[in-house]
Design a protein around this ligand. Structure first.
Ligand code: NAI
Length: 448
């Protein structure tokens, strides 16, 4: 689904006109081409703002990726700014680093990145420590709203026992700097434990892994299959028999196996395990992507419209996860569960009580599962905002145009943007991220 307005305001006379009239000018986002792996990590120089051992450790990591790292603002454009705030113990200490960030923002390249690295505020913290740590939340979200030209602002938040060069801290930093996080804006990735491992090859972190993707025949699910395959995974795609032909096409494209199956069937997980064991001997990643909508105002909603959405979007996942987690030797290196939530499950949406309930239920389930799998695997969710798919193409034109512009990047995301976030959470370098809900919404104005 293309966005004609975005094309218009970025070309020829209509670009000039839009600028003169002060109309929203969504930019072409810096994305990774799913078929290529050599997109530069950062579009230009990287400035690291901060002092002390944590800042030194982060600068060393960035140098290890061959980035052009500067500790003082360089002349000319800057591709990324990393602001290290982990050592701050009171709000007044933030001033100098924030001013250093402010002075370089005008030099941020199109598609540039601002990433803060800070510590999580906890109830045990002294009030001043908690204040500055939580202050980063409002700072970063506000900075993200001031950025233009497809640049984004996000943060990595470290748990008390996590060093800034722990695998998942590094993995999150790399994801947020890269083109893979194009539509992630104004968000924090929380790294709660030092678990995880840097991949041998950052371009193929899922090499040797087996991933199940439900609803893989089209839309976001098909793109998840493509991105996981690009990252090295073997893919088992699941979809309903009615979508069998498109599922076969996608699975042929990624060299995976297609399983025609309704996930609401009582034995759905057993059948998936049987196929995966027979072909690959294991399952490392399960992406619960299949989902449906049956929109109606609650006053007009028929019981079957409520029940169908709840059955597919949450009940099937609950049943399947119990079976996956009980299966002996299924995931020798720990199971990675990633579910599709939605911003409708965070902020609610008129006409979507059933969908909002089911997607908020996914968030509740994810947080509970995180405790259950801790130490052996992870459970996380991705909450997309407005994504250009067949589902959103059905929204009436005017409503669609408005919905697209209601985020800091002033456009809808692409299925690949959601897929990139899922591939990151499924990767070995995300082993310390557990029970999180990562929004891929361009900093949508709804919700947090
Ligand atoms: P879509 O409708 O294009 O694709 C969903 C796929 O799931 C289809 O191939 C469908 O056949 C399959 N499916 C449905 N019921 C199934 C069942 N019982 N068993 C097996 N497969 C089944 O949807 P889209 O847009 O790609 O969304 C994918 C996921 O992302 C869903 O969970 C959706 O709720 C979520 N999402 C989408 C957003 C968007 O803007 N498109 C926003 C937020 C969340």
């Amino acid at each position: 689904m293309s966005d004609a307005y975005l094309e218009l305001v970025n070309s020829g006379i209509t670009k000039t006109l839009a600028t003169k009239l002060g109309l929203p000018r969504p930019a072409h986002l810096r994305r990774t081409d799913p078929s290529a792996v050599d997109t530069p990590l950062v579009p230009g120089r990287t400035l690291v703002i901060g002092e002390g051992p944590d800042t030194d450790a982060i600068a060393r990591v960035l140098l290890g990726w061959d980035l052009d790292v500067h500790r003082n603002a360089p002349e000319g454009k800057v591709g990324a700014v990393v602001v290290v705030l982990t050592d701050l113990t009171s709000p007044e200490q933030a001033s100098q680093r924030v001013r250093a960030l402010g002075s370089v923002l005008r030099s941020l390249a199109p598609g540039g990145r601002v990433v803060t690295v800070s510590r999580a505020a906890g109830p045990e913290d002294e009030p001043a420590v908690a204040a500055v740590r939580h202050g980063v939340d409002g700072l970063l979200r506000s900075v993200a709203k001031e950025l233009r030209a497809g640049a984004t602002g996000n943060g990595v938040v470290l748990g008390e026992t996590v060093s800034p060069d722990a695998p998942s801290a590094v993995g999150a930093l790399r994801f947020l700097l890269s083109a893979r996080s194009a539509f992630v804006d104004g968000q924090f990735v929380r790294v709660s434990t030092p678990d995880g491992a840097a991949p041998a090859d950052w371009t193929r972190p899922l090499e040797g892994r087996v991933a199940v993707v439900t609803g893989a025949a089209r839309g976001i699910g098909a793109e998840i299959a493509r991105v996981l395959h690009r990252d090295g995974a073997q893919v088992l795609g699941v979809d309903v028999p009615a979508a069998g032909e498109s599922l076969a096409t996608v699975m042929n494209e990624v060299g995976g196996i297609a399983l025609q199956l309704d996930i609401t069937a009582d034995d759905a997980a057993e059948r998936i395990i049987e196929r995966a064991r027979a072909r690959y001997g294991r399952i490392d990643v399960v992406v619960h992507n299949a989902g449906i909508t049956r929109d109606k105002l609650l006053a007009n909603m028929k019981p079957e419209q409520w029940d169908a959405v709840v059955a597919v979007n949450i009940e099937a996942q609950l049943r399947m996860n119990d079976v996956f987690l009980a299966a002996d030797g299924l995931a020798p290196d720990g199971l990675r569960l990633v579910s599709l939530a939605s911003t409708s499950g965070i902020a609610g949406n008129r006409g979507q009580t059933n969908y909002g309930f089911s997607k908020a239920a996914v968030i509740g389930m994810t947080r509970s599962l995180a405790g259950r799998v801790a130490g052996a695997g992870t459970a996380n969710a991705v909450a997309p905002g407005f994504i250009e798919t067949e589902m959103t193409a059905r929204i009436p034109t005017l409503t669609r145009q408005v919905a697209r512009r209601l985020n800091s990047l002033q456009q809808g995301g692409q299925p690949v943007d959601v897929a990139e976030a899922i591939a990151f959470l499924a990767s070995p370098q995300a082993g310390g991220i557990n029970g999180e809900v990562l929004r891929v919404c361009g900093q949508n104005m709804v919700g947090q």
